[in-house]
Design a binder for this molecule. Sequence first.
Ligand SMILES: [Zn+2]
Length: 201
Amino acid sequence: MNGPIEELVEQLTRLPGIGRKSAWRIALHILDTPEDEVAKLSRALDDAKRRIVKCRRCFTYSESELCSICSSATRDNSTICVVEKSSDVFAIEKIGRYRGTYHVLGGVLSPLAGITPDRVRLGELTQRVADEHPAELIIGLGGGAEAETTAAYIARLYRNAGVRITRLARGLPAGMEIEYVDQLTLGQALNERTDIHYGES
Ligand SMILES: [Zn+2]
């Protein structure tokens, strides 16, 4: 069995972007940190996990059942931007220009990896399209092949739903995830979005 330091390192290496070397550095830093500071970190982790839920409408992380975007009176409810994950919502919100709502899919389609349409929140999106009759769905996915597959699938899925389907302008770095695209490029991609039609790949 692992000792407490090894266990801490082990848990840290499970975090995205943290290799073994970084995990050791963080673990040793934590050991050098006064106990009350470490308690704050541990409380923050605990609080975030306990108090943050997923918005029941758009599935982004939220402190209440409906997130601040979905419950805002000033957002444009006729536009839904479909993104892969909550961090994409934060990235697009940071630009400060988008006034519509979001829908967090929770993944992109990847038949090879077994990510089929039933594994992401497409059923929930279909329900929203039926209930809310949005005028436009913006496919706000990154530049990879899986994002393309997902965009094409969505365009086909709603081809008769009476909703305009657009995607972020091309020119996003290939394969790059939305959250890592700089604000200027992302803002432009949003402004210059283009229509997608069923059949386009
Ligand atoms: Zn929401």
